[in-house]
Design a protein around this ligand. Structure first.
Ligand code: 2BA
Length: 107
């Protein structure tokens, strides 16, 4: 069994969770915050049998979009904020960690 930890954009949440349920997979959704942009995202924890790992990854691949976000680069003073040059970041689709599960119980 594998444990997937997937960090996903809030906008993709509804579609991804629907597809996971439709595929008969299980997930727990946590509300989280990116350490860099400090905006909300969400994190899925999924316990997945080895033979279903590719199914789970495909759902994430298909339903999580890459998006461009524009942020102000760091101004020197608060007054500089409006004129601070903008920089573009590519955020997402999904950031996924796959870990081996040693033991799994439902008691
Ligand atoms: P954030 O930390 O808010 O990062 C948002 C986006 O900002 C990142 O998109 C990336 O484009 C950029 N970014 C983040 N840290 C950076 C840095 N040190 N230098 C330059 N650019 C940086 P993604 O890579 O798609 O990440 C989306 C979200 O996934 C992240 O939100 C964070 O919550 C999570 N994440 C990504 N990589 C991670 C990792 N190695 N460990 C833990 N969480 C991670």
């Amino acid at each position: 069994m594998k444990l997937l930890i997937a960090i996903i954009n809030n906008d993709d949440s509804h579609k991804v969770l629907s597809e996971i349920s439709r595929a008969g997979l299980y997930a727990t959704k946590l509300s989280t915050t990116g350490g860099f942009l400090k905006t909300g995202n969400f994190t899925l924890i999924m316990g997945v049998e080895d033979e279903r790992l590719e199914d789970a990854l495909n759902i994430l691949r298909t339903n999580c979009r890459k998006r461009e976000e524009e942020i102000a680069s760091m101004p020197t003073f608060a007054a500089d904020f409006m004129s601070a040059p903008k920089m573009k970041l590519t955020v997402g689709g999904a950031t996924v960690f796959v870990l081996n599960v040693e033991q799994f119980y439902k008691m």
